[in-house]
Design a protein around this ligand. Sequence first.
Ligand code: GTP
Ligand code: MG
Length: 347
Amino acid sequence: MAKFTLHDIPDIASDTLDKLGELNINSVYQLAVQNPSELAWGLSNNFVDIHSAARLIANARKILTENEILSKEFSTADDLLVRRHKISQYKTGSSNFDSFLNGGIETQSITEIAGEFGSGKSQICHTLCAAAISLLKDDSLDDSNNEFSQRLPRSIIYIDTESSFQANRVHQIAEQKNLDPEDILKRIYHCNVYSSEQLEALIDNLPKFIEQYNSKLVIVDSIISLHRAEFSGQGTLTERQQRLGKMLNRLRRYADIYNIAVVITNQVVSYADSSHPGFDYMKAAGGNIVGHGSTYRIFIKRSGKNRTAIMQDSPSHPYQRVKFTISENGIEDTSSYKTEEVNELGW
Ligand code: GTP
Ligand code: MG
């Protein structure tokens, strides 16, 4: 197990260490995920300029690279393949859905689940919480270089912006699946968030909680609702997008550096298609910023009692769809439906 601290950063001054502590940056990981301009701003009382801040971050990343936690600046493709083998996959509770995902929800990635209200986004998150226990307890889960891993049982962080998390629902799903509900509930660190600023501050400080709670899966349900409600006018769109982009950028770095899975939910916007007058179509909200920020985008559509998940954007999956249903077991397979390829309209 790697043991390194901020004292291992070459030539780091003690007043810089103090100031980092004041900024809640207390580990090499927490320094490595920083952004140079924000860090320089935070350290400005010490007259640390952006170049010095960038050097501090680069030195932290160098330690993680030397310990094979991060990839080198340039890696050969076979090294990248080794790092890819460290990826773990969380099962969803539906074997068809898992094969649609090529195995499950991956670490080192952001998986976005978008869909209209009632489509089942939160139900997927609840089922994931219960089903994740198998992997959280599995010794093959990669945390070989994580110096925090021995402190507490591995856990899940659930950031809830819609007050929609229901512990009793996770309990029910776990019971139905013959999993240990008490163990699962103890491993879920839930946080209600009520404003965009609170969400942004929480995401800024997330590394501290990931380490403190030894979290391997972070769920944000939803990433957009607060920003959408607070930045509703056209004049505020640019600021909203910048703020969303910053959060996603951070989550992406956390997924990579801590080798954790990040799952976010997203809402929809409807738009009229001029080639089909009278029909309204839906697409994921948040525009290109959210689209580019996520590694995988899964769009959920309601189809009667069932739901259809469509893989809309992925570097490694075909453009395909799968049906699933929601029951006391959480999300599960429909009786007779496997994944199938679809065209770009999702049909
Ligand atoms: P918003 O958060 O409003 O955007 O929606 P969402 O996509 O998160 O929807 P959610 O996951 O909350 O899904 C709600 C739907 O799941 C309900 O309308 C039900 O159809 C279904 N559902 C929830 N709980 C159960 C349950 O215990 N049994 C069954 N059969 N269905 C359930
Ligand atoms: Mg929901």
